[in-house]
Structure formats: structure tokens, C-alpha cells
Design a protein around this ligand. Structure first.
Ligand code: ATP
Ligand code: MG
Length: 336
């Protein structure tokens, strides 16, 4: 249970309220019980309001920087490369949408469990065997007859749920491949169960697999992080071609395929690669980026988004810009 609390300044910072919402407007909303009541604590002689983490989505729904979606968005976070912030962007995007009051579910498709590790708390008060038994995933839901409520894990944000990765993802892949049209397995069998979510986000491993194909087929938009380092730059053309060819063969019609420059640093090479991405992929690449910064790793260790964990850091501003831009593109269908 996350006991982190937030002052009104921090809440204003998280939702980027400056210039948009006057401080008194927030307090008036609290007075009128339109948002949860803050606890009062005395700091010196001054009484300070403190809101709990689980209060934030209600505040975000009223005063956040993202509007309610016009339709359900199903997003795949993928590029054929490891360590480029796929899982980190899933966590940050998922939590930021949830903070803004948007009902979101994160679904891990990487048997390495990188999303589960950063999105869910470690099991407490149980033996290791119990912890393994208790962890159910897509295989249990789609093959073994478990219910959605048995498989979905809630988080410390009431608007964010997670379907964790389990080792049975490999068995799920084998099961899918036994049928016809295996690329449609998740679209046909999973998506209809998730009608209550406004946004579904699939995190993927770094390799091209049947699960990745399924995520791409089920999705309405795709986001591909691309690191601003030489290895990623070398690989990116072929990687995007692979995704593009698959989309064309399968006749997929995404609202947007968005490229996010990640791990940008001040070196000349990184800046050069960032510039090259902007020119070569100008229709798809965002005009903003996610910098390389230690606070990014620290937030994931705390299982929080950077916007919650270090709201006034430059990296939080990066995420604010990137997520606002993603939201605009998927809502308007720009950026295919
Ligand atoms: N802004 C940042 N700057 C530097 N490192 C970061 C930043 N944000 C996160 N990291 C760290 O970078 C590492 C790789 O990130 P992540 O796991 O999201 O990549 P990935 O693309 O999902 O990798 P994989 O393909 O292995 O699943 C992680 O250890 C993460 O904590
Ligand atoms: Mg990952």
C-alpha cells in the first residue's frame, strides 16, 4: 500500500495547473466536495493540505491535462530493440493516464516480466510458493478458464489495473499457434473482455514474436520508442520496415504509429541522432523526447511515474510533453 501524500503545490505540479487553474479553484472544489477532502497537518503554525495517492485520479479527472477519450484506445508499445524504455514508457503512460482519471489497464506480453516488475508491488505476507501460485496471467484467463477478476491485479491508483506477465506466456503462444488466424487470438478472445477500460496498453519484449503480432493486430495505435544511440539508429530502419510490412500484409489501419525519441543526452552523437530522426521520420516522430536521467530509473524502482515521483524534474516535463502529444495524436488519428 503506497502511503505517499501530496501537498497542494505538488498536486498543482503533477497536473501542470499553473496558468490553467487558480490555487483557490482547487480549494473551492475541495470545499464543495467535488474532489476528495485533504488531510490537514500542522507544519509549524501553518495548516497544510495533504492528499493521498488514491485521491489523485478524482482530482485529475476534474483538473488534469488530458481529456476523456472519445473512444477506447488499444496501444502497443513496441520496437525490435531491448533497453529503449518500452516498459518504462508503458508504466509512465499508464500511470499518467490513470492519474488523469482515465481507466487504464497495462498488459505485459514479455515473459521476462519487465512490466510486472516495475508496475506491481512485490508479494507480501506469503510464502514464495504461494506468491507464484497467486500470480495468474493471460494463459490462465484465455486457456485455463479463470475469470478476468481472478487475473487482473489492482494497483495503488483506482483507475489503473495490470494483467501481470507469467512464465505461461510461452505456453499461450504455443496454444495460439495451434489455431488458424493465430494473429487474431488476443483481438478475438481478450479485447471483448476489456470493454470497461478506456485505454489498454500492451508492453512487449524486444523480439518479434507471435504475441507481438497479436498486440499489433489488436491495437488501434502503436508507439515505438527509439533510443538516441548508435545501436538503435543502425537498427531503426529495418525495424520500422518490419512493423510496416506486417501492418500492410495484415491490412492494419492504426489511428497513429508514433515514434518517441528516448534516452537523449547532451553528447554530440545523441543530439545528431535525435536530429536525424526528426528529419527522416518527420510525419511520425514526436517533436519532443525523453532524456537519459537517473530520476527515470529511481521512479521505476518506486513503481511510480516520473510525474508522481519527481514532478518538478526536467524529465517529468519531458513525460508531460510526450504524453500530451501522444494523446493528441491518437485522439485525432494523426501520425500514421
Ligand atoms: N530516463 C531514463 N534514463 C536512463 N535510464 C532509464 C530512464 N528511464 C528508465 N531507465 C532505465 O533503463 C532501463 C531500460 O528500460 P526498460 O526496461 O523500460 O527498457 P525496455 O525497452 O522495456 O527493455 P526490454 O526490451 O529489455 O524489455 C531500465 O533499467 C530503466 O530503469
Ligand atoms: Mg521491457
Amino acid at each position: 500500500m503506497n502511503t505517499k501524500t501530496f501537498t497542494s503545490t505538488e498536486v498543482r505540479n503533477i497536473f501542470r495547473m499553473d496558468g490553467r487553474v487558480a490555487p483557490q479553484t482547487l480549494f473551492n472544489a475541495e470545499e464543495r466536495e467535488e474532489i476528495p477532502k485533504a488531510e490537514r497537518i500542522l507544519r509549524g503554525t501553518v495548516s497544510t493540505r495533504l492528499w493521498k495517492l488514491l485521491d489523485l485520479p478524482t482530482i485529475g479527472a476534474r483538473f488534469g491535462f488530458l481529456t476523456k477519450p472519445k473512444k477506447q484506445h488499444i496501444l502497443t508499445d513496441y520496437n525490435v530493440k531491448g533497453g529503449i524504455l518500452k516498459s518504462t514508457t508503458c508504466l509512465n503512460l499508464g500511470r499518467t493516464l490513470a492519474l488523469n482519471g482515465i481507466k487504464t489497464i497495462l498488459i505485459g506480453l514479455d515473459a521476462q516480466q519487465s512490466l510486472t516488475d516495475i508496475a506491481l508491488p512485490l508479494p507480501e505476507n506469503m510464502t514464495l510458493d504461494q506468491a507464484i501460485e497467486e500470480r495468474l496471467g493471460l494463459y490462465h484467463l484465455l486457456v485455463d478458464g479463470f475469470n478476468l477478476s481472478q487475473v487482473v491485479k489492482s494497483t495503488d491508483l483506482p483507475t489503473l489495473d495490470v494483467i501481470p506477465e507469467t512464465q505461461e506466456l510461452i505456453a499461450l503462444e504455443r496454444h495460439m499457434k495451434e489455431g488458424n488466424r493465430y494473429e487474431y487470438f488476443l483481438k478475438d478472445n481478450l479485447i471483448p473482455l476489456l470493454k470497461d477500460y478506456e485505454v489498454i496498453i500492451f508492453d512487449n519484449g524486444p523480439n518479434w514474436t507471435p504475441l507481438v503480432e497479436n498486440a499489433l493486430v489488436a491495437s488501434t495505435s502503436v508507439i515505438s520508442p527509439m533510443a538516441c544511440d548508435f545501436g538503435s539508429y543502425q537498427a531503426i530502419k529495418v525495424n520500422l520496415q518490419t512493423i510496416g510490412e506486417f501492418a500492410s500484409v495484415m491490412k492494419l489501419n492504426w489511428d497513429a504509429h508514433i515514434l518517441i525519441p528516448t534516452l537523449v543526452d547532451k553528447t554530440k552523437l545523441s543530439q545528431q541522432i535525435y536530429g536525424a530522426y526528426q528529419i527522416q521520420y518527420k510525419d511520425q516522430v514526436l517533436p519532443c523526447s525523453i532524456r537519459r536521467a537517473v530520476v527515470g530509473q529511481e521512479a521505476s524502482v518506486k513503481k511510480l511515474s516520473v510525474i508522481e515521483s519527481s514532478p518538478s524534474s526536467p524529465l517529468a516535463q519531458d513525460y508531460f510533453e510526450v504524453i500530451t502529444a501522444i494523446w493528441k495524436r491518437i485522439e485525432t488519428g494523426h501520425g500514421t
